[in-house]
Every structure is written in C-alpha cells, then in structure tokens.
Design a protein around this ligand. Structure first.
Ligand SMILES: [Zn+2]
Length: 365
C-alpha cells in the first residue's frame, strides 16, 4: 500500500489545543444544559415550542416556493406572509419526528420554514439565483465521537485501461476483490455523516473516490449495489458533463442510489494554497451550492485537490464543511482535526494479500 509517512504526521492537535477544545465543549454543554433547564417546557429537558391555531380565514395556502429536503421536494404553504411546510411531509422527508413551533389549521400541522430546520440542527442553503431552499437532515450537526480509528481509503477511477496517471486507475476486479476482503473481515463501509453513530460499527471504513469519473456510475455503483455497500464520491463540480466525467444525471443517480454520498472536490481542482481569500471561498461555496443543486443534498466534506492545504485553507474550508480530507497519511482518528482527515492511497496493482494485511493491521480497533 502506498503508505507514506506524512510530513505533517507529528502535527496532530497539540495537547494545549486539545485542552482548549475540551474546555470549549464543556462550556458549550453547560450552556446547553442551562438553556434547557431555563426554558424547558412540555417535558423535562425539552424546549417549549409554540403551538398556535390559525384563525379562521388565515389557513395556509399553497405557495410556489421550492424546498428540497435531502433530494425530496416538499410543498410550501403561506399564511400571514410566513412560509410553512406540512409537518407530516417534513417528517417523511427527514425520516423522523421533528421539533419546533407548529401552526394548526383544519386538522393539519404546519411548521415555519426554514425555521424548523434550525430547530432540528439541519443545515439550510438558499440558492441565490432562484431562491430554492435546500435543507439536509442527512447532514445534521453532530458531535464527532472521539478516539475511533477510521481508515479512509482513497480511490479515483475504476477502469481496466488507464488513460492518465495510471496508479489512479484501479481495475474493477481489484476493487471488487478488496471490497470482498473488507466485508469478510468485518469492515463496515460508512459515510462521513455516519460518524455521528460510529460506535455502532465494529470496524468502520470510509471508501472515497476523487474527481467524479463517469465509471463511478457505470462500474462502481453496480459493485456497491451487488454488496449493498456505501461509498463517497468527491466531485469536481466544474467537470460535470465533460468527457470521461460524470454527467449531471449520473451524479443524481449516484446520490439517489442511497449508497453514494456526493461531496465536494472544489469547482476547478486548483492548488488551494495559492488562491486569495475570494477565490478560495468561491471554490468551497460554489461547489457546495452546485452539489446541492445536482443532488438536493448539502455536502459536509471537501477533499483538498492534490491534498494541498494550510491552516488558512482549513480555516476557510471549515466555514463551509465539517470535514476536510487530505491525500495521504496513515489512519484517521476521530479525535483529531476533522479538517485534516488522513487517507490511505490504494494504488493500481496492489496485491490482495498486501491489502488484507495492511487493513488487518490498521483496522485493529
Ligand atoms: Zn483530485
């Protein structure tokens, strides 16, 4: 395996930084507790949500606004100049019960939109061009559990014939063999969003594919479906629809498959450390918006092109994403900086015995 000792290897968060983070977290937890106890309403530890009855004649009426929740379009309603979604629709799209203020009318419950998203920790992104509101329950804020070892494997294209830097082109048969090896050895391929409950998995592993080659749809997806396994594709949004790259329809198909999480690999794949602030923000924010438009889901992770990053790049990335992913390194530990996630490069031609041995050693819990 192409495991290089990372030059930044020793630069894990220093103890004093870690102490600061811990203190901040303790303070945040104390504040949250204070808030809960001071405005606790219906039940112990729950916030008090307003439940109002719409006066006669002020029942919500349908409105043309677009709200997309994790790829699902939800009807929008209007009453008294405020926008709402029907609670049942929003809960169906979110896959669970929601908290927040409720307006009742004619036996139907409505929730103010997008306020209900904030009440449930769901990120909201409004398209500045057409006003579409994207809400992603799947990208809900969560505390990242500490000290779980999660190998993050890095692939690019799956193809027998290499047409570029050939180590990036793992043969489909090699990948399938590696996947079977992982499954037989008790590994659970997860997404970054699954880190919220990473303790549920015996041997979590994250499979990532950079750049967004068309064979991620034509070759990778059928293999994932055969074994019902999850993967993450880091998309260069500016290359969507170009020869050899995924089309917009293929990106949507991957995302809707329920097996592929589409995340950002910037718009133009530039060397991020060489960009000025405005260019850097555009690479992060425009790719986030374009992925929301393509998939209906807000991405939470970015893969730094060629792995290039600096403290400044990571800080800016952190304004848009929870996770920043590098090219090389050893195994990622969830207690370390989520904007410096290390990956293991799986090159073309790697023997299955080496793969099995390395995974067994690094995934040893
Ligand atoms: Zn790349």
């Amino acid at each position: 395996m192409w495991i290089r000792e990372n030059s930044e290897g020793a630069a894990e968060p220093r103890d004093n930084e870690r102490g600061k983070t811990m203190r901040k977290r303790t303070l945040a937890a104390a504040l949250a507790l204070l808030l809960l106890t001071s405005c606790g309403g219906g039940g112990a530890g729950t916030a008090r949500w307003k439940h109002t009855e719409a006066p006669p004649g002020a029942e919500p009426v349908p409105c043309a606004d677009a709200v997309i929740m994790d790829g699902v379009r939800v009807d929008v309603w209007e009453s008294g100049g405020k926008k709402y979604v029907a609670r049942a629709d929003a809960e169906a799209a979110a896959g669970g019960e929601l908290q927040g203020d409720v307006l009742s009318a004619g036996g139907t419950e409505y929730m103010p939109c997008p306020e209900f998203a904030g009440a449930n920790g769901f990120p909201v992104l409004t398209d500045p061009e057409d006003g579409t509101v994207y809400i992603s329950p799947s990208a809900k804020e969560f505390e990242i559990p500490e000290r779980v070892r999660v190998p993050v494997l890095m692939y690019h294209a799956l193809e027998d014939e290499a047409w570029g830097f050939d180590t990036l082109f793992v043969r489909p048969s090699e990948f399938e063999e590696q996947l079977v090896c992982l499954l037989e050895n008790g590994f659970d391929p997860i997404w970054f969003s699954d880190l919220s409950h990473v303790g549920d998995f015996d041997r979590p592993v994250i499979l990532t594919f950079d750049d967004g080659y068309d064979n991620n749809c034509t070759v990778l997806l059928p293999i994932l479906q055969k074994y019902n396994v999850k993967a993450t594709v880091f998309l260069i949004t500016g290359l969507v629809g170009k020869p050899r790259y995924l089309t917009a329809e293929q990106v949507r198909a991957l995302s809707d498959s329920g097996l592929v999480s589409v995340q950002s690999h910037t718009v133009h794949h530039p060397e991020l450390t060489e960009l000025d602030r405005e260019e850097l923000e555009r690479e992060f924010s425009d790719s986030r918006l374009q992925i929301a438009r393509l998939t209906g889901r807000i991405p939470i992770a970015v893969s730094y092109p060629s792995g290039e990053n600096s403290a400044y790049v990571r800080r800016t990335a952190g304004e848009y994403y929870r996770f920043g992913v590098k090219v090389n390194g050893l195994i990622w530990n969830t207690g370390s900086d989520p904007l410096r996630v290390k990956r293991l490069i799986v090159p073309r031609g790697l023997s299955i015995s080496t793969f099995a041995r390395v995974m067994d050693e690094i995934g040893a819990g």
